[in-house]
Write a new protein. Sequence first.
Lengths: 105, 150
Amino acid sequence: MAKKTRIKAKLKKGVVTVKALASHEMLSHQEAERAKKEANWITYVVAKVNGNIVYEVSTSQFLSKNPYMKFQFQAEATGTKKGDKIEFTWVDLKGNTNTSTGKIK
Amino acid sequence: MMERRNFLSLGLGVLAASVVVPSTLSAVDYRKDKPKAWEQDKIDLALKEIFGTSETAEGKVKLKAPDIAENGAVIPVTVSAKAGTRVAILQDVNPQSLVAVFTVPKGGIVDYSVRIKMMKTGNVYAIVEDGGKLYKASKQVKVTIGGCGG
């Protein structure tokens, strides 16, 4: 199932800017009822570089479908260099998880 | 060799920092740790669950959201601040108030963008916890077409 998260990461002037687009229905209870499907949405996201957490968020059913997330972090404080891989993991209500990686350019 | 040098400087950096930051170094999943927070339908109650208080001050937080959202199912929201240990986004029109809680890791920068859903016209709130205090910014977003499937 093509559920990969699309990741774009750039390191510029000591700051890494990441744009991630996760692939998930994000069905809130209301929407699930209307669609006659089970409610399910991403509840937790964590991104790591070289094992260090650089982004972490717990989320509700009120994030849009196919969640877009943009965040930044300091390269030096997290030991990040160009060419490093950023690992983006999400967990949803049902317990499914998905980890995708992107390269920091 | 590059790695060793970087590794060393990392270690020194940690020693030199010596700023006491509430332990945000371990992964925190608020869905597991504070399940009640997600059930609250009032901003203050959700804040109390996550932060232990609902007292907030103005300032320090910048909240960017559209004045009018044509599609209530996709409303871009950006929260930024010079510093912070935790950040929360809430709104007052959906069945529950809490939308997201960010834990700012070491080296993290408070500049987060996400897209949210709002059932109808209402206010989006951004809370940044800095130095044990909560700072709040809010903005009204007019929604023309409701965003929760309604």
